[in-house]
Write a protein that binds this ligand. Structure first.
Ligand SMILES: [Zn+2]
Ligand SMILES: [Zn+2]
Length: 319
């Protein structure tokens, strides 16, 4: 890109454009503020030389960003829990309900989804729900063995005799079943996913404007530029480094505020570059901005701003 020196509009030109616009909007007011009692009011008599007290040369930096809102959250989380716990979870379903308006949505952006619930056979008990252990009572034999002392014959001699009966704890099987601690006897665990709410993607164009002039019009100017960027001439740059290097030479003037504005717009630009949901859709425009401090014949102070070059510029005013 060749070095471009941009020509700012002359003060007369700016004042003239403001004057015509103001007269079109409210001629009576112009007459009141600039007219002379007893004389026929003529716009020609209202001149910048007379009513502009001071001017400042400033800049505005503009670029546009396309920002998509939602489906913001990405990723998913998988949980595997017991049956009682899955029944306590709050599930959501978006099946057939279409995309969700993020503005209207109340609640988390990542939620458990009903359709994702899946039964997973418990590994600990192999899906049986219980664990078989040797019966502790009979040590796995299924029998309780006792030794009776029996009194034998007339002498009643003591004799030890074995006596066996089935174990009542395991019903004689030698095994006892206990509920599996992992699945709490429910045979399965339940797996489900927490997924992002399927928000509608809304893509909006956002104008980004920063100016070194202290103006209330940044929002208005930004919106205007967004609509008619071709009607205002600025210097275009492909990146901020280029802008920083060439700004002063292109403008032909410089001040501390301009330097500050460029660096703050630069960090804005960088954060949009990093933002996954944003996309910078224009080059970077540097506009000369003239700020004029004026006073009407009746002593009312007001400001006029011009934005753009001598050939294509716009005026704003708080008149
Ligand atoms: Zn037993
Ligand atoms: Zn189990």
């Amino acid at each position: 890109m060749p070095d471009i020196r941009i020509k700012t509009p002359s003060l007369d030109l700016i004042f003239e454009k403001w004057k015509q616009k103001a007269a079109r909007t409210d001629r009576k007011r112009m007459e009141k503020e600039f007219g002379t009692k007893g004389a026929v009011f003529s716009l020609d008599a209202v001149s910048g030389a007379e009513y502009v007290k001071d001017t400042m040369k400033e800049v505005a930096i503009y670029f546009a960003v396309k920002k998509s809102l939602g489906p913001a959250p990405k990723g998913k989380e998988e949980n595997t829990v017991t049956a009682p716990r899955v029944s306590r979870e709050q599930f959501y379903s978006f099946k057939g309900s279409g995309k969700i308006n993020k503005e209207e949505w109340k609640g988390n952006e990542i939620v458990p989804q009903f359709e994702s619930i899946q039964a997973v056979s418990c590994k600990t008990c192999r899906g049986k729900g219980y664990i078989e252990n040797k019966c502790k009572m009979c040590k796995g034999t299924g029998k309780i063995e006792e030794t009776f002392t029996v009194l034998v014959g007339e002498e009643q001699n003591k004799e030890k005799k074995p006596f066996t009966y089935p174990c009542g704890a395991c019903y004689g099987t030698g095994n006892r079943t206990e509920p599996c601690k992992e699945c709490e006897g429910h045979k399965n665990l339940y797996k489900y996913e927490e997924l992002p709410v399927p928000f509608q993607t809304v893509v909006t164009g956002v104008p980004i404007l920063q100016s070194s002039a202290q103006t209330k019009y940044e929002k208005e100017i930004g919106d205007d530029l967004h609509k008619m960027i071709e009607d205002i001439e600025g210097i275009r740059f492909n990146n901020f480094k280029e802008l920083e290097t060439k700004a002063e030479a292109s403008l032909g003037y410089w001040n501390k505020n301009i330097k500050k504005t460029i660096s703050s717009a630069g960090s804005d630009y960088k954060s949009y570059e990093k933002d996954k949901d944003a996309q910078i859709t224009t080059q970077i425009y540097l506009f000369p901005m003239i700020q004029m401090y004026a006073e009407t014949k009746r002593g009312k102070k007001f400001e006029i701003y011009s934005l753009g070059s001598g050939t294509k510029f716009m005026v704003y005013s708080n008149f």
